[in-house]
Design a protein around this ligand. Structure first.
Ligand code: MOS
Length: 705
């Protein structure tokens, strides 16, 4: 088996600020909709107002008569796309409506205001069909998908769990729910599309807000039947993504269609916040039935985690919600399953830690309930169920320091002073309590990234410098900065002499920023390029020398289960009269391999925990089952944790260098911060009040009456 030679860490592991920080704070860093192009047109779409049916008429005359309107695209006149296999991308291809909020037309005008005014003047009529828009765990239409995101088994059964549960002296049997939630990165999805019809088949240049320029290139080329080389995608700065910009969505297709309609006029399309609630993915709501069987000392004998969630009828997305329960705790008998309810709703997709995030809520609250049932400390219960090897595959873990995270958290949080009795501390009118939950997130790795390293000899009086080029995505994480640190160590040069280019299809293709795999995939390609450079040119290269690298295949995943781990400790206060719930204190302790940049890593983990707090207390996309519409589709009504909601958040990690995931010794850190965080809040709320809350968001009514 191959083992990974680790790159000696010099720049890696040291705190560094984002290299593009000054450009961002001075406003010179350009985001997708900010590029200066000649004679731009602005696009405003018309969205379906029925969830299922077909368009019967579209009246565009009034819009077309408006001064400044240049074109109106509709389902009646849009060009036929080359490939509509992915129905999310089949924009304006027919009159069928698959969900409310689907594109049915778009107005192109000289200004965004005129485009919007024009869109208001377009009249659309529909034939409406019966529809279902609310997840129903008892639906007769439930089905088992072939696999769950991205390629996990839908169901997994080990041993005889029914007997184990029947014979268990202690059991937990409860149903947990998580709400539908929407990604709301600060920068909405946005594109400027330039279409040049000249030449062979024409050429797109797309300034886009994306988690992966290479994937957008591939998708646009497929949909329009172009050579991928004729699609340039440029995305150096992205104002957040969280998964919604990881898969391309229909907005890019619409902007491309529009640009082809009016050659010579680039098209700008920045989604409004409201449009983001039907067009760019969301996290499915879940209903999760968990059953645990244990001996009186808390050792699990059986574990069942059965999940029901929704998908869209037009395109399947199956969130891997129960996979969390496959690898975290030991239990000889186990079953995990996923069923989908196909609805007439927008297409669900990725949102920070798809699967692990909602799955850990149910799994980690159930463990808290088991601790109560056994009369055990919830930290001790988790330690007693620590597996020797991955319970699902039997493989050893490449590294696993979950117990160390729990123990370190106990110390740092002051857990040992905790009185286990619920509803025992009323402080100034607030019931207060503390809770714990574990966290795990797989250390994903995928092939498909390339990198170039180029040397520039010092000009007179200057310094040598290095270009590192890779079509990675820096969505605000600090990826660009960390790749510079990795390159510097792989080349054994001063980090300040390295300049990194990301977010452009002009440089070697790379995987998306997703599944917390970016730094692993891209960093490995950068290390490979650096090592090839040194092999080719030695220690004394000439100006302009360059070498390319890729992400080499590894068989590590055949031999090891690889995950990052963590533990959350949370303090909660619930107002005795109003039920208001506050979280004054959170601590997250993580074991995620070598932390390559403590400054940006802390932000990732803290951001994940904040998003977990937001999931626990606020985020809830309210689907009106009568209209198929998310009624709180803006930031006035969809509440995301703001500064006033966030108390003290403390982040720590333990020393860990993983020898198998990648040559940096690191694991991904973008998503693990959110995993388990909401469960820790719910568990603390139980300790504070004695009320067991099994759904998020947790709202005041849970504690009243
Ligand atoms: Mo993340 S949800 O894999 O972009």
């Amino acid at each position: 088996m191959t083992t990974t030679d680790l790159v000696p860490a010099r720049a890696m592991g040291t705190p560094r600020r984002r290299t593009e920080g000054p450009a961002k704070v001075t406003g010179t860093a350009r985001y997708a909709a900010e590029y200066a192009v000649a004679r731009p047109l602005h696009l405003h779409p018309i969205l379906a107002t029925v969830p299922r049916g077909r368009v019967t008429a579209i009246h565009t005359t009034a819009a077309e008569a408006l001064d400044g309107v240049v074109a109106v695209l509709t389902t009646r006149d849009a060009e036929a796309l080359a490939d509509t296999a992915d129905r999310e991308f089949a924009v304006l291809q027919d009159d069928e409506i698959g969900f409310r909020g689907q594109y049915v037309a778009a107005v192109l005008a000289d200004t965004s205001e005129t485009a919007r005014h024009g869109a208001d003047l377009v009249r659309v009529t529909y034939d409406e069909d019966p529809f279902r828009a609310r997840l129903d765990p008892d639906s007769g239409e439930l089905y088992a998908p072939d696999s769950v995101n991205p390629a996990f088994a839908t169901d997994s059964v080990i041993g005889d769990v029914s007997s184990a549960l029947r014979d268990a002296p202690v059991t937990v049997d409860a149903t947990y729910r998580t709400a539908m939630t929407h990604n709301n990165p600060m920068e909405p999805h946005a594109s400027i599309v330039v279409w040049e019809p000249a030449g062979t088949g024409g050429r797109f240049t797309i300034f886009d807000s994306t988690q992966g320029v290479s994937a957008t290139r591939r998708n646009v080329a497929t949909v329009f039947g172009l050579d991928p080389g004729d699609v340039d995608v440029i995305s150096p700065h992205v104002g957040g993504g969280f998964g919604s910009k990881g898969n391309m969505h229909a907005n890019v297709v619409l902007a491309c269609l529009a640009a082809r309609r009016v050659p010579g006029r680039p098209v700008t399309y920045a989604l409004t916040r409201q449009q983001m609630f039907s067009l760019v993915g969301y996290r499915t709501p879940t209903v999760q039935h968990v059953r645990l069987g244990a001996s009186p000392d808390g050792r699990l004998t059986g574990l069942v985690h059965d999940v029901v969630e929704q998908t869209s009828r037009i395109k399947e997305f199956a969130e891997q919600t129960a996979t969390y329960s496959r690898s975290v705790y030991a239990a000889p008998h186990r079953r995990t399953t996923h069923r989908l309810d196909p609805l007439d709703v927008p297409v669900p997709s990725w949102m920070r830690a798809p699967g692990e995030c909602p799955g850990s809520f149910a799994a980690e609250v159930a463990m808290d309930e088991l601790a109560t049932a056994c009369g055990l400390d919830p930290v001790e219960l988790r330690i007693r169920n620590e597996p020797d090897a991955d319970p699902e595959s039997g493989k050893p873990f490449s590294s696993r320091h979950l117990v160390e995270c729990l123990r370190r958290g106990v110390e740092r949080f002051g857990w040992s002073r905790r009185d286990p009795t619920p509803r025992a501390r009323l402080v100034d009118g607030w019931w207060t309590g503390t809770g714990v939950a574990a966290a795990a997130y797989p250390a994903n790795r995928a092939p498909g990234s390339g990198a170039t390293v180029r040397f520039h000899a010092p000009a007179a009086g200057g310094e040598e410098h290095w270009d590192v080029e890779i079509a990675a995505a820096d969505i605000g994480t600090g990826a660009r900065t960390v790749l510079g640190q990795i390159a510097a160590d792989a080349l054994d040069v001063d980090v300040d002499t390295v300049e990194v280019t990301v977010g452009d299809t002009a440089v070697p293709a790379a995987t998306v920023a997703g599944g917390s795999s970016g730094t692993t995939n891209w960093g490995t390609a950068v290390v490979d390029a650096a090592q090839r450079f040194r092999e080719k040119f030695g220690a004394d290269p000439s100006d302009g020398d360059e070498a390319d690298g890729t992400t080499p295949e590894t068989d590590a995943a055949e031999h090891y289960a690889m995950s990052a781990f963590g533990a959350h400790f949370v303090e909660v206060a619930v107002h005795a009269d109003t039920g208001e719930i506050r979280v004054p204190r959170m601590l997250g302790v993580f074991a995620a391999g070598r932390i390559l940049n403590p400054t940006t890593a802390r932000s990732q983990l803290l951001g994940g925990m904040t998003m977990g707090l937001s999931m626990a207390l606020h985020e809830d996309s309210v689907m009106d089952p009568r209209s198929g519409h998310v009624v709180n589709h803006d930031l006035a009504n969809y509440h995301i944790a703001s500064c006033a909601d966030v108390g003290e958040i403390d982040v720590e990690w333990i020393d860990e260098v993983d020898p198998h995931v990648n040559p940096m010794g690191s694991k991904g850190i973008g998503e693990i911060g959110i995993v388990g965080a909401a469960a820790a809040v719910a568990n603390a709320a139980h300790h504070a009040t004695g009320v067991r809350v099994r759904s998020v968001p947790i709202t005041v009514d849970a504690f009243l009456g």
